[in-house]
Design a binder for this molecule. Structure first.
Ligand code: 5RP
Length: 224
C-alpha cells in the first residue's frame, strides 16, 4: 500500500453511519472513494455522498456509493480531499485538477474538512511549487488578469494540451495560473484575490481544514 492509499484508508475511519460525505478530486481522493465503498460493503455503515467533480461522481457511482447533488444540501458532515501544497500554518493550495469551485464550496459547507496527503505536499509557503490557480469568468479574463497583475501577479491562461486549446472548467470558467511575490502569505493572497471582479474562485484554502492527515512511509501524522 502506498502513502496516498494509507492516508485515504485512515480518513475513511472518520466516517460514521448516516453521514453526508463530500468527495474530493484527485488520486488520493480516489483512494478515499474506494476505501469508503469498501467500508460500506463490509459493515452496517450507510452514507450519502456529494462529489466535487464529474470524475469523482462517476468514480463514486462505479463503486456503488449514492451521490447527491449539492443543490439538495446546505451543509454536509465531512469533506475529504487532497491538496497540492500544505504550509506549516495549514493553508492549502488546491485546484491543479481545476474543479476548485466545487471543492471550496464543499470545504465551506462541511462540519469537518479532512485533508489527505503524502509528505511531498508539504511546503514552506503557498505558491512555492505551483502557481495559484484562479478561475475567471471567460468574458472577464483579460480584465481580471490585469487586476491581478496590478497586485504583482505574473502568469498565463492554463492550456489544455490534450485538447490543443484552453482549459475550461466544468462550470465554463477559464483558469489563470499566477505567481506572486514570495513575501505575500496565504491570508494576504486570499484577501487580494477575493476582491477582484471576474474571479470566480481561487486555489488558496486558508483556515478551512479541520484535520490534516499526512502519510510518510506508512506512518500517519494528524495535524490540527
Ligand atoms: C484537485 C486537487 C487535488 O486534491 C490535488 O491536486 C491533489 O491531487 P492528488 O491527490 O492526485 O495528489 O486539489 O483540484
Amino acid at each position: 500500500m502506498n502513502d496516498k492509499q494509507a492516508v485515504a484508508l485512515e480518513a475513511a475511519s472518520y466516517v460514521k453511519h448516516d453521514m453526508i460525505v463530500g468527495l474530493g478530486t484527485g488520486s488520493t481522493a480516489n483512494y478515499f472513494i474506494e476505501a469508503l465503498a469498501a467500508r460500506q460493503q463490509q459493515s452496517q455503515l450507510r452514507v450519502a455522498t456529494v462529489a466535487s467533480s464529474n470524475i469523482s461522481m462517476i468514480k463514486a457511482q462505479s463503486v456503488g456509493l449514492t451521490v447527491l447533488s449539492l443543490s439538495q444540501l446546505s451543509q454536509i458532515d465531512l469533506y475529504v480531499d487532497g491538496a497540492d501544497e500544505i504550509t506549516p500554518d495549514n493553508a492549502l493550495l488546491k485546484g491543479r485538477g481545476y474543479d476548485l469551485v466545487m471543492e471550496k464550496l464543499l470545504a465551506k459547507a462541511a462540519k469537518q474538512f479532512i485533508v489527505v496527503a503524502d509528505r511531498s505536499k508539504l511546503v514552506e509557503r503557498i505558491g512555492s511549487q505551483y502557481p495559484i490557480p484562479i478561475e475567471v469568468m471567460p468574458f472577464a479574463w483579460q480584465a481580471a488578469k490585469r487586476s491581478i497583475e496590478a497586485v504583482g501577479g505574473v502568469g498565463e491562461l492554463r492550456q489544455n494540451a490534450a485538447k490543443d486549446g484552453l482549459c475550461v472548467t466544468s462550470h465554463g470558467s477559464l483558469v489563470l495560473d499566477m505567481r506572486f511575490d514570495a513575501n505575500l502569505d496565504a491570508d494576504q493572497l486570499n484577501a487580494l484575490l477575493n476582491n477582484i471582479p471576474g474571479v470566480v474562485e481561487h486555489g488558496i484554502f486558508a483556515k478551512l481544514a479541520t484535520t490534516i492527515l499526512i502519510a510518510d512511509q506508512g506512518k500517519i501524522e494528524s495535524r490540527i
